[in-house]
Every structure is written in structure tokens, then in C-alpha cells.
Ligand binder design. Sequence first.
Ligand SMILES: Cc1cc2nc3c(=O)[nH]c(=O)nc-3n(C[C@H](O)[C@H](O)[C@H](O)COP(=O)(O)OP(=O)(O)OC[C@H]3O[C@@H](n4cnc5c(N)ncnc54)[C@H](O)[C@@H]3O)c2cc1C
Length: 294
Amino acid sequence: MYDLIIIGMGISGITASIYAKRAGMKVLLLEGSAPGGTINKISTIENYPGYASIAGPDFAYNLFEEVNKLQIEYKLEKVTDVILEETTKLVKTTSNVYEAKYLLIASGRHPKMLGLKNEEKFLGRGISTCALCDGALYKNSDVAVIGGGSSALSEALYLANIVNKVYLIHRREEFRGEDTLIKEVKETKNIELILNNEVTELKIEDDTLKGIVLKDGKEINVKGIFIYVGFLPNTAFLERTDLKMEDGYIVVDKYHETNIKGVYASGDVTKKEIYQIVNAASEGAEAVVYMTNK
Ligand SMILES: Cc1cc2nc3c(=O)[nH]c(=O)nc-3n(C[C@H](O)[C@H](O)[C@H](O)COP(=O)(O)OP(=O)(O)OC[C@H]3O[C@@H](n4cnc5c(N)ncnc54)[C@H](O)[C@@H]3O)c2cc1C
């Protein structure tokens, strides 16, 4: 029986585990993929205090090192189901069942796709949601980045250093991202902006992705397409629970507690306004402080 089980080893879950360990709790971290979470997929982070600029995987490595240094127990097992009873929270993974007094859900979110025909088929074969992971495959080629938020802008800038040309395609006139990124994108010579337009079709020849077709009928030849059009929360394992959700995200109160007593949530999986590293970290910390002070 653990005091606390944390689902997700992103910045939010790992920060929570550090606070829990230091508060003397018996804590278990569960991770279905790579420790560090979304941070592993960010090319450069330039807005986290203490690091003027750091590569995402380096940041993720530092987090994982801290988990090991503090001897925080973790298991690389994907959570498939949870049963939330009054006193006990049961967590089922692909290979085990664990029990805890408290549960913190910090499972983050994953990229939304465009919903185009053949999109899933070409994921990893021309379509990507991670410039850092796949950018090098398109060295000196032309690529398209789809989206208008900070993620799309920063990843377009990253790709512009590797590829020949980036078409940045956004369905609106104005970008939603940070001003500094917008300015930099506009000043980068090999980024061409295509605004008020949308991708409607993938151009495929001989089972190879050749480009895209836009709403206005224009065709653009690109070797790679990077999609940053939003996210969906990772909550499939919560299907059998009565947790309150809004737009698929977990609703929490100011103590980061859900509508079920003893069940907390933090970071990108929760319904909130700002989805950034700095507040995902602070929410994980706060959740643990509040649960230990109750
Ligand atoms: C391309 C991109 C660039 C970004 N750039 C910046 C930036 O420059 N600055 C900034 O502040 N923010 C940035 N962000 C946002 C930032 O990365 C997130 O807000 C933050 O990392 C969220 O942390 P988290 O711990 O809530 O979730 P995540 O990091 O997503 O961690 C959740 C973890 O839970 C795991 N998980 C999910 N389901 C299960 C399951 N069933 N069982 C077990 N484990 C599970 C996942 O594998 C993952 O490791 C960027 C995001 C993207 C996509």
C-alpha cells in the first residue's frame, strides 16, 4: 500500500514525487513511455527560470537523474484502469495492480491530428508531431508545419535551421503564440507563411507522401508534414471512473483535487488556461502540499 501513486513522469508528476518523497510519503511513479514526458519532444526551452536555453531531452534527463538520486520508486508500466474507492485507489497497469491512499493523475496530453484520409498511415513516414525527433530526416528538403500556436512557431524555427524551406500553414490571419516567436518566424527567410488556409488532402504517389493540397486548391510539394494543431488529454484509463471532466480534461479545485476525495490531478491533463512547463511543475508540487496538509 503506497501513500501516493502518481500517473505520469512528466515535469508535473516528477515534481510532485520530489515533494512527496521529501514529505516522507511512500510514493510510486508510473510511466507508460519515457520519463520526462512531453519535454523529451521539445527542441529548445527558453522560458524556464534557471535555464536561459536548454534542449528538451537534456531537461528530461536532469529530471530523471533527480528521481534516481532521491531514490524515488518508479515503474515503466502503462496504466490501463483505475478503481477509485473512498479509502483506497486501485491502479492497474499492463503488468501489475497497485494500491494507494492518494492518487495524482499527471498523464499530460497528446497531439491532435488533422483528421485527413491516410494521415495515420503516413505517421512516421512523412507525417510527424515531433520536429526534434524527426526533423533530421528532412535535411535540405521542404516541409510544412501546420498550426498557429507557440508549439507550431517554435518547431517551425527549429526546422528552419535543418531543412531547405518551411511552409507554415495556419487557418487564421493571426498567430496565437508568443510575440517573440511570431517576430522571429516573420524574420526567418526560409519560412513562408500561408495564412487563412487549411490542408484538405495529402498528395500521395506510389505509396509515398509527396505533398499537400490546400483549401484554395493550391498544391505544395513537401517531403514532411509537422502537425501542431492542438492536443487531447491522456485519460483513456479513466473511462470507468466518475471523475468530472470538461472538454475531456480533468476538472480540479484550487487544491488540485478532483470531485473524488483523495484523487488529485496536475499539469496538462487538467482543464486550465495555461499549458506550460513552469505551471505543470508548480501544480504537481501544490497538489502534494495540499494533500499532506489536509
Ligand atoms: C512541441 C512543444 C513545445 C513546447 N514548448 C514549451 C516551452 O518552450 N516552454 C514551456 O513552458 N512549455 C512548452 N510546451 C508545453 C509543455 O511541454 C507542457 O506543458 C508540459 O511538459 C506538461 O507536463 P505534464 O507533466 O503535465 O505532462 P507530460 O509531460 O505530457 O507528461 C505526462 C506523462 O504521462 C505519461 N502517461 C500518459 N498516459 C499514461 C498512462 N496511461 N500510464 C502511464 N503513464 C502515462 C506520458 O507518457 C507522459 O510521460 C511545449 C509543448 C509542445 C508539444
